[in-house]
Design a protein around this ligand. Structure first.
Ligand code: NDP
Length: 249
């Protein structure tokens, strides 16, 4: 349970990557300013987080199940937080999708929007009433540079982040009146499982519906150059966690 004076921070998608590192960084804050509620959709994946947290696990960090694609899971998770009191919500959970749009089914596209857009909307809808009552709170959203700039073969992912940026920009005006802050973080490439998962999906792709020139351009030009960009510019999850900590301080 949070000590008085500690801020309650709930983070989505803490099984790996950026979410895991934000949870650990805040739970290990030298001044113990945060009580971290790390969440993940599959608690069987908790070992990496628990190991990284070390002795702060169970002290400044607790764990709850949360699937941002499920209304019921979102409600249950927030109901499990004492008095539903969350000072800072960090919407981090997200999925990627790469490839020629002709080869991607509408179902796959909907899964990306369900997570990256509606997942954030669900969370904000659930925490907003209590934040408004208390007239305080901070909502942080992990967007991407692709929430600001379209990138070839990332059409659907980019669209999901643009949608979220638009939603949040509009919400920010309403929330400001209740003294609730809304911050967007827009990282470039970050070395996490995100990249690995997308490359695994790409390796399985059979390109139905895509013409030969597009497939060639994707495989022979786009993929090698995007891997080079990742290698050259990729930040670490620690970099993004430090930035997030600065944003909420
Ligand atoms: P990871 O794949 O390492 O982490 C994504 C996290 O989201 C995982 O914990 C995953 O859980 C979780 N997640 C996915 N779907 C759901 C769901 N329905 N409910 C709850 N959790 C879910 O990637 P990153 O750490 O890199 O990504 C974190 C965020 O950063 C994303 O929003 C991404 O768009 C953004 N970002 C990433 C960049 C990058 O280059 N890596 C660049 C810019 C932004 P599970 O293990 O169960 O799949």
């Amino acid at each position: 349970m949070a000590n008085s004076g500690q801020k309650v921070v709930l983070i989505t998608g803490c099984s790996s990557g950026i979410g895991l590192r934000i949870a650990v960084t805040l739970a290990k804050d030298e001044k113990k300013r945060y009580h971290v509620i790390a969440t993940m959709r599959d608690l069987k994946k908790k070992d990496k987080l628990v190991e990284a947290a070390g002795d702060v696990y169970g002290k400044t960090m607790m764990l709850l199940p949360l699937d941002v694609c499920s209304d019921e899971s979102v409600k249950q998770c927030i109901n499990n937080v004492k008095d539903r009191h969350i000072d800072i919500l960090i919407n981090n959970a997200g999925v990627g999708l790469l490839g020629p749009v002709e080869s991607i089914s509408i179902e796959e596209m909907k899964r990306v929007f369900e997570t990256n857009f509606f997942g954030v909307v669900r969370m904000i809808k659930e925490v907003m009433p209590d934040m408004k009552k208390r007239r305080s709170g901070h909502i942080v959203v992990m967007s991407s540079v692709m929430g600001l700039q379209g990138v070839v073969f990332n059409d659907v992912y980019t669209a999901s982040k643009f949608a979220m940026e638009g939603f949040c920009e509009s919400m920010a005006v309403q929330l400001m009146k209740f003294n609730i802050r809304l911050s967007m973080i827009e990282p470039g490439p970050v070395h996490t499982e995100f990249e690995t998962k997308m490359m695994e999906d790409v390796a399985k792709m059979e390109y139905p519906g895509a013409d030969a020139d597009t497939v060639r351009y994707f495989k022979d030009v786009y993929l090698p150059s995007s891997i080079d960009i990742f290698e050259a510019m990729g930040q670490t999850p620690e970099d993004i966690a430090k930035c997030t900590k600065k944003v909420i301080e």
